[in-house]
Design a protein around this ligand. Structure first.
Ligand SMILES: Cc1cc2nc3c(=O)[nH]c(=O)nc-3n(C[C@H](O)[C@H](O)[C@H](O)COP(=O)(O)OP(=O)(O)OC[C@H]3O[C@@H](n4cnc5c(N)ncnc54)[C@H](O)[C@@H]3O)c2cc1C
Length: 497
């Protein structure tokens, strides 16, 4: 494993049988899995380059069990890694050898749908798409739509503040969550917000959303549901250069038009997607935009005409408006299948996630091209163009000596460039273990200490998801007074990694 994780506690490993027994007393039946062959499916998440067997897997099905497991782990100093569906691309759900993997997949019920208040109350293991499925019969849907929506859980979405194609107009998970129930590492059940707008007190829902399983275990979520727009139409726009596509995106937003979705693909991604799903994409362009407008029919027609005019003014060479819902779905099919499509042209790929100010796109694309030559690896690009959220896919072959390492270095350089042009390390996939060691590129020591003070307020023993997000854990008492004198580190017993 290239990323260093905290050293497993030998004392915990030695107590494994007793720990498994104690957990079985809390979660009876098949809720505790400790056989190596049965735990193997949990050894990795979507960041498959890293894998690690957990100490034991626990699948509770009541909040009382979650609380009792956490209280037990807290009392016995045992780390806990929460897990939803395990689709994280940043290694957030990577198990720890001396840690309990707490899997929430049995919490798969829609508790209540309240159309009057335009919200749904769901358990954290319900899939993202499952929420839309539960309400679509009445003409509603849940707006944030990660490409993994068929599998990823709403608990994982909250933990990662996940986004998707529709987040430009409708917001990320954080903008669509009204209430959360979560359990602290001490086993206390807390409720924040509810069906009403504006939670009381400090915005703790905002704090929990995107906290990557480091602050508490989410056991219930109240989400906003929206009425399906009357009409949605998409337009495919091809450009001879990525710069022109970038300018077009900026001009659309500058005009005050907020599309339901605005996605961009570069030439390698266009070709991979077209070969895979035959979406009807033009092959002779360097960049392709898919712009979707939604709302009342007359408004959509008017905005489409405006977008076409902006595209033409920015040098578009093709412009095709969907004439039916089937054609619109076909336009999206290529984009939504872009990751597996790239998987067909390379044995392995590494999906990055950085965000930049939109106008920096040409500079970042040029930088990536130079890096591609430097590292000798191909890269295909898909972006949530409206948000400036990049997903470069670095193509490599794990069976070739050194290629994984080169792909990771390439990825790190891309993220450094994102930060250098005024962007951030992650748009929606989270920090996890993947970007943990790059945090100092963006935050100085003081910034990181302040963030860790928040962690300490929730989890003073650092038992929830250790080794993730923060490059180096500080004991809470140590924060703010770390002095290294002549190379002698304070608190030498503190595990550092
Ligand atoms: C093919 C593919 C496409 C993807 N596309 C997108 C995309 O378009 N947009 C996007 O944002 N992401 C995308 N992702 C990433 C991933 O699907 C999201 O991060 C998703 O929210 C993870 O949900 P999960 O249930 O799988 O969580 P997991 O992978 O199980 O866990 C993710 C993190 O959340 C924590 N966690 C999980 N459940 C809980 C809980 N109940 N309480 C507290 N912490 C918890 C874990 O500890 C971990 O840190 C994609 C992934 C794949 C494989």
């Amino acid at each position: 494993m290239a990323v260093m994780m905290p050293k497993p506690s030998q004392a915990i490993l030695a107590r494994r049988a007793a720990i498994v027994g104690a957990l079985r007393a809390i979660v009876p039946g098949e809720g505790v899995v400790d056989a190596a062959n049965e735990m193997a499916v949990f050894e990795s998440d979507g960041l498959t380059a890293y894998r690690q067997m957990p100490l034991v897997v626990v699948l509770p099905d009541t909040v009382a069990q979650v609380a009792a497991v956490l209280a037990y782990c807290h009392a016995n100093d045992i780390p806990v890694v929460p897990r939803g569906s395990g689709t994280s691309l940043s290694g957030g759900a990577l198990p720890l050898e001396d840690g309990v993997l707490l899997v929430l997949s049995k919490f798969n019920k829609v508790i209540e749908i309240d159309y009057d208040n335009r919200c749904a109350v769901v358990q954290p293991g319900v899939t993202n798409l499952g929420i839309t499925k539960a309400v679509e019969g009445e003409g509603f849907y849940y707006a944030p739509d990660p490409s993994s929506q068929i599998a990823c859980s709403i608990g994982g979405n909250v933990a990662e503040n996940s986004g998707g194609v529709h987040c430009l107009k409708y917001g990320l998970t954080a903008n669509n969550v009204l209430g959360i129930e979560f359990v602290t590492i001490e086993g206390e059940v807390m409720r924040l917000g509810g069906k009403h707008l504006d939670a009381e007190g400090y915005d703790l829902i905002g704090l929990m959303t995107g906290s990557e399983g480091l602050l508490g275990v989410v056991t219930e979520v109240t989400v906003r549901i929206l009425q399906k727009p009357e009409t949605a139409r998409a337009v495919l726009i091809g450009f001879p250069t990525s710069e022109q596509a970038g300018e077009c995106v900026a001009a659309i937003i500058a005009k005050g038009i907020i599309p339901g979705g605005m996605e961009m693909m570069d030439r390698p991604a266009i070709h991979a997607a077209e070969d895979f799903v035959h979406a009807g994409y033009p092959r002779d362009v360097e960049a392709l935009l898919i712009v979707e407008l939604d709302g009342p029919g007359a408004e959509v027609d008017h905005l489409l005409a405006e977008v076409e005019a902006i595209a033409n003014a920015n040098g578009a060479v093709t412009c095709r408006v969907s004439q039916s819902d089937e054609e619109r779905a076909a336009f999206w099919a290529g984009r939504k299948a872009a990751f597996p499509a790239v998987g067909r042209i390379s044995p392995d790929y590494y999906c990055m996630d950085g965000t930049i100010p939109r106008k920096e796109l040409p500079k970042v694309l040029a930088g990536m091209k130079a890096m591609s030559e430097k590292y000798g690896l191909r890269v295909a690009n898909v972006f949530h163009a409206g948000d400036g959220n990049l997903h470069p896919l670095i193509l490599y072959d794990a069976n070739k000596e050194g290629e994984l390492h080169r792909a990771e270095e390439f990825g790190n350089d891309i993220l450094r460039l994102c930060v250098a042009v005024g962007g951030v390390l992650t748009g929606e996939h989270g920090v996890g273990v993947e970007k943990r060691d790059l945090m100092p590129e963006m935050f100085n020591e003081d910034d990181l200490k302040h963030q860790q003070r928040v962690k300490c307020a929730f989890d003073a023993k650092h038992l929830l998801n250790p080794g993730k997000v923060f490059p180096q854990l500080h004991r809470c008492a140590e924060l703010g007074r770390m002095h290294v004198h002549k190379g002698q580190v304070a608190f030498p017993d503190l595990p550092r990694f």
